[in-house]
Design a protein around this ligand. Structure first.
Ligand code: FAD
Ligand code: NAD
Length: 460
């Protein structure tokens, strides 16, 4: 029977990073993954393919609407097959990259479904049969899957999830998205840009629940201007395929009939067939595996990280946990700073945040001051003709320590990295304001917002 010091189940961003780091720290490590391609939800059907579609569809839309400054463009035709081929190529480059890294770091890969049999044994059932692995430790990194919604019958063609919406064979005439969260808005934006009529049905009074309210409201306005039909306060009760169309029923209105329906109302941890019952492990009320501060479950030799445990379902959060979990195993110490994990929505404009929202600070009774600065007053944003949005910094009213940063605007997802580093180092608004920012860059918006928080902005 093959023996390893660590068996990781799942090769998503949590699992593959943990496996590589464990190998770098000298462990004999194996990774069990049921899909042929490594990289998990993120690389195969999540972050990477959706961003390939977002990046390309933005350019196609700009060209089709004659929005390239200084150029007169004739008729521009969408080549959906070429766009999908680009997306598939990007996915392959990334999943192949993980395969290369596994080989380079001598991580043994097992193809098949992993089931925990005992605290030190994992069964792998794959195309090459069944085998059992003996191991000192097990790390569960099995990620998440789309959450079902009562009344919604998925046929995975007309009524489907993001797995289908990254690969529709034609541009749907009408796409109904159930859920105005991250997936709904990112993939809704893609198909809206490519010519579909997109209707987003959101149960809450605003889209992007949980995000800073001022930013979410600004986003809603901009997305509506872009042509997304956003209906809030709408509770979907049923969806199904009928006569080649998707029917969506909701409280208080006539059913909608569309070509495609995307269910995007959240994801749930994936513990299907994992064998938790074989070792006496149970999940919490939301299906997550409970762990201690070292990512150790109630069974001392079994650990868990990523989407399958509590916390935001983000690739970089899973990566940080994978890294820290194996550090704890090998060196006894590790660290994840949960206060400085950024959150990005890759629409246009992008929306990014780190730390607390105004609503959270108010609810916690924390005294705060805020400063904001619009992209419309930034030279670089003007040069790019991309001036929608603003950056807002929230700092403690007495100490000036930065408590939250919220940006809606061009390249917000890249700009937020500076704010995350500042927060990780417990910076004050003054620290950020006094740091020199190259001119002319979009990052100057953050410097000005910091000046506005600590003292006064210069350029407005
Ligand atoms: P996963 O990536 O889900 O990987 C788990 C792996 O385990 C899978 O490969 C699965 O096949 C395997 N597995 C499960 N059970 C078993 C078993 N029993 N045996 C063997 N293998 C098993 N996050 C971001 O930060 N940025 C984004 O831009 C972003 N975009 C997204 C877009 C979409 C459409 C979706 C759906 C998600 C997106 N996410 C994004 C979320 C991100 O994909 C997840 O947070 C991340 O993938 C979680 O990583 P993980 O390693 O915990 O699990
Ligand atoms: P989400 O939690 O972001 O949004 C789901 C939305 O559906 C919520 O606004 C909710 O109020 C709404 N909803 C729930 N029930 C409803 C009903 N019956 N009718 C109408 N609306 C309803 O979930 P998601 O968009 O599915 O994304 C899942 C996860 O994937 C997220 O946790 C996110 O972290 C991750 N993700 C991240 C990124 C990124 O980082 N850019 C991109 C995609 C996905």
């Amino acid at each position: 029977m093959p023996r390893h010091q660590l068996v990781v189940i799942g090769a998503g961003p949590g699992g593959y990073v943990a496996a590589i780091k464990a190998a770098q720290l000298g462990l004999d490590v194996a990774c069990v993954e049921k899909e042929q391609a490594l990289g998990g939800t993120c690389l195969r059907v999540g972050c990477i393919p959706s961003k390939a579609l977002l990046e390309a569809s933005e350019k196609i839309h700009a060209a089709q609407h004659n929005q390239i400054i200084g150029a007169k463009i004739g008729q521009v035709e969408l080549d959906l097959a070429a766009l999908m081929a680009h997306k598939d190529k990007v996915v392959k480059a990334n999943t192949g990259g993980v395969e290369y890294l596994f080989k380079k770091n001598k991580v043994t890969r097992y193809l098949g479904h992993g089931t925990i049999l005992t605290p030190n044994k994992v069964r792998v059932e794959g195309p090459e049969g069944v085998q059992e692995l003996e191991t000192e430790r097990i790390l569960i990194a099995t990620g998440s899957k789309p959450a079902p919604l009562k009344g919604v019958e998925l046929d995975y063609e007309i009524v489907g999830t993001s797995d289908q919406a990254i690969a529709y064979p034609h541009v749907p005439e009408h796409l109904v998205v159930i859920g105005g969260g991250v997936i709904g808005l990112e993939l809704g934006s893609v198909w809206n840009r490519l010519g579909a009529k997109v209707t987003v049905l959101e149960y809450l009074p605003h889209i992007l629940g949980g995000m800073d309210g001022e930013v979410a409201r600004a986003a809603e306005k901009i997305f509506r201007k872009q042509g997304l039909e956003i209906r809030t306060g709408v509770r979907v009760t049923a969806a199904y395929a009928k006569d080649g169309k998707g029917v969506v029923e909701y409280e208080g209105g006539e059913p909608l009939v569309a070509d495609r329906v995307l269910l995007a109302t959240g994801r749930i941890p994936n513990t299907d067939g994992l064998g938790l019952e074989n070792v006496g492990l149970s999940t919490d009320e939301r299906g997550r595996i409970p762990v201690n501060a070292h990512y150790q479950t109630a069974v001392p030799s079994i650990f868990a990280i990523g989407d399958v445990i509590a916390g935001p379902m983000l690739a970089h959060k899973a990566e940080e946990e994978g890294y820290a979990a194996v550090e704890y195993m090998v060196t006894g110490y590790g660290h994840v700073d949960y206060n400085s994990i950024p959150n990005v929505v890759y629409t246009h404009p992008e929306i990014a945040s780190v730390g607390k929202s105004e609503e959270e600070l108010k609810a916690a009774g924390v005294p705060y001051k805020k400063g904001s600065f619009p992209f419309s007053a930034n030279g670089r944003a003007r040069a790019m003709n991309d001036t929608d949005g603003f950056a807002k910094i929230l700092a403690h009213a007495e100490t000036d320590r930065i408590l939250g940063v919220h940006i809606i605007g061009p390249r917000a997802g890249d700009l937020i990295a500076e704010a995350a580093v500042a927060m990780a180092f417990h910076a004050s608004a003054e620290d950020l304001a006094r740091a020199s920012h190259a001119h002319p860059t979009l990052a100057e918006v953050l410097k000005e917002a910091a000046l506005a928080t600590w003292d006064k902005p210069l350029h407005i």
